[in-house]
Design a protein around this ligand. Sequence first.
Ligand code: GLC
Length: 426
Amino acid sequence: MPEHKYGKGDTGWFQKDRFGLFIHWGLYALPARHEWVRNRECITNENYQKYFDHFDPDLYDPKEWARLAKNAGMKYFVITTKHHEGFCLWDSKYTDYKAPNTPHGKDLLKPMVEAFRAEGIKVGFYYSLLDWHHPDYTIDSKHPQRDDKEFREREKGRDITKYAEYLYNQTEELLTLYKPEIFWYDFSFPGEDGKGREDWQSEKLIAMIRRICPDIIIDNRLDLPGCGDFVTPEQFQPRTAPLDKDGNPEVWEACQTLSGSWGYHRDEQTWKSPTQLIWMLVDGVSKGGNLLLNVGPTGRGEFDYRARERLEKIGEWMKYNSRSIYGCGASEYESPADCRLTYNKETNRLYLHIFNWPFKHIHLKGLRGKIKYAQFLHDASEVRIKGLEPWQHQNSGAKEADDYEMIELPIVKPAVDVPVVELFLK
Ligand code: GLC
């Protein structure tokens, strides 16, 4: 009996790389009002067909996408090979509902995988368990026709085992063709009028995946307790590092949008600022996690200008500060107020990220006498270690006198979005 019933993939690289690009791309780029538009507006297959008939991303240049991701400092990407609408980006032999049959006329996935791999970026496939187009996907509480009683009655004969076979075959096809490093299923909603492991035949899927790609890492949305290599908080940052049921730290990855939608949404306005996005990345690493940051390309095949602006800004920050991200994780030391600490075990360096610029000093708990040297990461300029004299303790309110180290900062915040102090530990 193996240690883990459903096997475990290789998460070593994943926990070093820390930062990936999520891409949500499908027919929903055309209505451009959320990838759940079919569900929200109860659109039938017939009425959704116009998007298939007009799908022609003429400006699609996956090499450009891969460059943008690389410049932002991203080390892996996850693409929606099929989202809930059921449309497939690749030339699957199991369906006609695929990119090569649209006016675009070509497989979109193959050139994407090649372009990203050429930039040294690892490949992940998102695959939707839900499928609102497949004729054997039984009507449930999330289906666009959930409230249409006549339709439900008429479609009673749908056979979910046939759909499970389809999803099995497509998974096998994707794995065999591309040997991706990540498989990202989405999602289960067991219970009344929902779907879970019995519907997907999750155990069978997992066994096949591990057989074809033993090292692949799989998310935790197949509704199989104990299965999955990482957990997936979505649209929020965990307060503390997620723990498994025995209290051990989980491997985890937060997936986040740039604005409120995953697919291209023309009129959505809640775009996060570049600084906020950097905070989210740093915050995750300081709790031992990854960030999978999403872009929803347009129907012409481009990253929207607002996405590009943000990726560029993050890239600028990463150019100088990625040492505090790659290969780093949580630190055992307590972070000072308005800061986040990350730690690189191999180099024994601690990184202090300053979110809110303080006045002149930062006190570091538990670090008295333990720092060899300190510098800003962006320009390698020295940050002086001042220590804390007993009289200063009294004046500054610190009680545990000998425990704190103090560093001295310039009055004016350096011209960096989130300044980082690199602390070389003894
Ligand atoms: C949700 C949504 C979906 C999105 C996913 C990303 O499960 O259904 O639209 O793809 O989150 O994690």
